[in-house]
Design a protein around this ligand. Structure first.
Ligand code: DOR
Ligand code: ZN
Length: 444
């Protein structure tokens, strides 16, 4: 039998086959996975990467990322943000619309797409916001976005949010055949926070639950697809589980809401300040349980970079948000290696689940015919160190935490972009921008 030649062979690594670790090689041809082979059965390859003892996995699809750029390149730009993704083992990111300026017009989206095309090291998809008058939403936007996102506690146009706007947003999302994502928080916009306690009270679990209940109530009347971002509380997880209707109501949580709790931090500065805030160990456990029983679908980083000055000030004055692209894979795989998540759970939460949720049906699975967005991970123990991040944001509440998984190779569409701490190609040469769904998720 003549063996065909492939472009790239990831030789002799560990691949998850039907939930079990197996020694296998992965071949890649014309940007797709060509096959997974037992020893001695591998095809000839133009290039080979030795993966002995290392894990070959589908890259993470991170559906909640703020890449900033435009008027906020001091926080992050598409080059640094997608370098951060590539170094972190994240092969596709989906960029949130609360940039400066926000994505409320086709023009701003076009600017972001152009900047991301030039700066990309990984695949980049986008969400759009919804103007106060939803009929002003430009229908041509829909082809280039993966969903619409609203922030009831901080509307992107600086206005206020009410129940009528929830209904209009859901109706618009249905019309566009896109999911509506929302930040669950019913705090009044523009509340002037007076103290740490006041901040935590303003953005409490009650506020999160109230917001989720409002959206779910209206969603039941209007229909369509509704996605709850960064669920942080046990009561929210319960409400979602009680109201799930297959893929019409979906939810995500973050590594920080899974693994950290508020009492572990001193609140002297903004290191552990984010929205939603960190909660309690009981909430951590409830989120974990909800994920494992598919009540919460996916894990996303909510990578939200700010400048050093914006974080290293008093808690009240600090900006909310932490970098997450370079910690999501190490943290989640440490759970796998220490037996707290199974491989099947990890792959669903971080790769295939996010792909399904956004209709990226050629992505998220390491199997013949899928896009070759692949990472190689070494099992190795080391502390997280923010100063080593590729992101411009280097302050992390995970500082010093020991993890035991290190992404060492990142391959985008069959092209190795990052290997052992080095970038192999310049920005703007690999990856797809914007990422579009292969098949639109059904809406009704
Ligand atoms: O902590 C957060 N930071 N939560 C958000 O919802 C927004 C984000 C940001 O853009 O900084
Ligand atoms: Zn966010």
């Amino acid at each position: 039998m003549v063996k065909v030649s492939v472009d790239l062979l990831l030789r002799n690594g560990i691949v998850i086959v039907e939930g079990r670790e197996k020694r296998r090689s992965v071949a890649i041809r014309t940007g797709k996975i060509e096959g997974i082979y037992e020893r001695g059965m591998e095809p000839r390859a133009e290039k080979t990467i030795d993966c002995d003892g290392r894990y070959i996995l589908p890259g993470v699809i991170d559906i909640h990322v703020h890449l900033r750029d435009l008027e906020q390149p001091d926080k992050e730009d598409y080059i640094s943000g997608t370098r951060s993704a590539a170094a972190g083992g994240v092969t596709t990111v989906v960029d949130m619309p609360n940039s400066q300026p926000p994505v409320l017009t086709r023009e701003v989206l076009d600017m972001k797409i152009e900047r991301a095309r030039q700066g990309r090291h990984v695949n980049v998809g986008f969400y759009a916001g919804i103007p106060a008058e939803s009929e002003r939403f430009h229908a041509s936007t829909k082809i280039d976005v993966l969903g619409l996102k609203v922030y009831p506690h901080a509307p992107l146009d600086g206005s206020t949010f009410n129940l009528k706007r929830i209904e209009e947003s859901l109706k618009l999302a249905n019309e566009m055949r896109l999911p509506l994502l929302f930040h669950p928080d019913s705090a009044q916009p523009m509340v002037k926070v007076r103290s740490v306690e006041h901040y935590l009270e303003t953005h409490s679990c009650d506020s999160e639950v109230e917001s989720i209940s409002q959206f779910i109530r209206i969603h039941k009347e209007v229909g369509g697809r509704l996605h709850v971002c960064h669920v942080s509380c046990a009561a929210s997880a319960k409400m979602i589980i009680d109201n799930r209707a297959e893929d019409r109501l979906t939810a995500e949580t973050t590594p920080h809401h899974l693994f950290l709790s508020d009492a572990d931090f001193s609140h002297e500065d903004g290191t552990a300040k984010m929205l939603p805030p960190l909660r309690t160990p009981q909430d951590n456990q409830a989120l974990r349980d909800a994920l494992c029983k598919c009540g919460i679908d996916v894990v996303a980083s909510d990578h939200a970079p700010h400048t050093l000055g914006e974080k290293m000030t008093s808690f009240i004055n600090a900006k909310s948000g932490i970098p997450g692209l370079e910690t999501i894979v190490p943290l989640m795989l440490t759970e796998v290696f220490e037996g707290r998540f199974s491989w099947v759970e990890y792959l669903r939460m971080c790769s295939s689940g996010p792909a399904n949720l956004l209709g990226l049906l050629g992505k998220g699975v390491l199997s013949k015919g899928y896009d070759a967005d692949v990472i190689v991970v070494a099992r190795e123990s080391y502390p997280i160190e923010g100063k080593k991040f590729q992101s411009k944001a280097k302050v992390t509440p995970f500082e010093g935490k020991t993890v035991n998984a290190r992404p060492v190779v990142t391959i985008i569409g069959g092209n190795p972009v990052y290997e052992d701490g080095k970038f192999l190609v310049g920005p703007g040469s690999v990856g797809t921008v914007p990422v579009r769904p292969l098949i639109r998720p059904r809406n009704t």
